[in-house]
Design a protein around this ligand. Structure first.
Ligand SMILES: Cc1cc2nc3c(=O)[nH]c(=O)nc-3n(C[C@H](O)[C@H](O)[C@H](O)COP(=O)(O)O)c2cc1C
Length: 159
């Protein structure tokens, strides 16, 4: 299918942090960050279950999942919607574990989640709706983070 294109791959590889939403048995949403989010191939994302009990339990009952990955400086990213499979053993599980060990993830990994991406869509801040360029948006948020580093206050205008 090739749902994950080059730019999506770039953003996921740069950020490595996705917010994964699953569905609880009582139909309420469950959202939590996964800093092990990575592209596995052209149609699959992965993340490691280090301590994600609710996400994993939800996926065992309902495989529906959406992951958002956003660059906090450019205020752009992607949303990936699909189905998640929890892997606890087997060749693929071992390959994914080896991938994380190469990435120096040293935590114990209980299971890995393989997400088949059925739809991938861009996310952009409303700042772009007002005509800002990516350069302008980047500078705005770089200044903000620089100010935070120096203990200064004053949030930037816009999203
Ligand atoms: C920045 C950040 C990255 C995280 N990355 C992961 C991760 O890759 N895997 C994991 O299992 N938990 C990770 N966590 C911890 C889970 O998000 C946290 O334990 C959460 O409560 C799990 O919720 P869940 O059971 O609903 O999935 C991360 C937390 C933060 C703040």
């Amino acid at each position: 299918m090739h749902t994950i294109d080059e730019d999506m791959r770039r953003v996921v590889e740069e950020q490595r942090l996705g917010f994964a939403a699953t569905v609880c048995p009582d139909a309420t949403p469950n959202l939590s960050p996964k800093g092990t989010t990575a592209v596995w191939d052209d149609d699959h994302l992965i993340f490691a279950d280090i301590r994600s009990p609710r996400t994993v339990e939800n996926l065992r009952h309902n495989p529906a999942i959406e992951i958002n990955v956003v660059d906090p400086i450019s205020r752009k990213g992607y949303r990936f919607k699909g189905t998640g499979t929890v892997l606890t053993e087997g060749t693929l599980f071992d390959e994914v574990l080896a991938f994380y060990r190469r990435r120096r993830v040293v935590n114990e990994i209980r299971s890995v989640v393989l997400v088949e991406v059925e739809r991938a869509m861009p996310l952009t801040s409303p700042a772009y709706d007002l005509g800002a360029t990516e350069q302008e948006v980047r500078e705005r948020w770089e200044r903000h983070h620089e100010a935070l580093r120096w203990g200064e206050s004053g949030a930037p205008t816009g999203e």
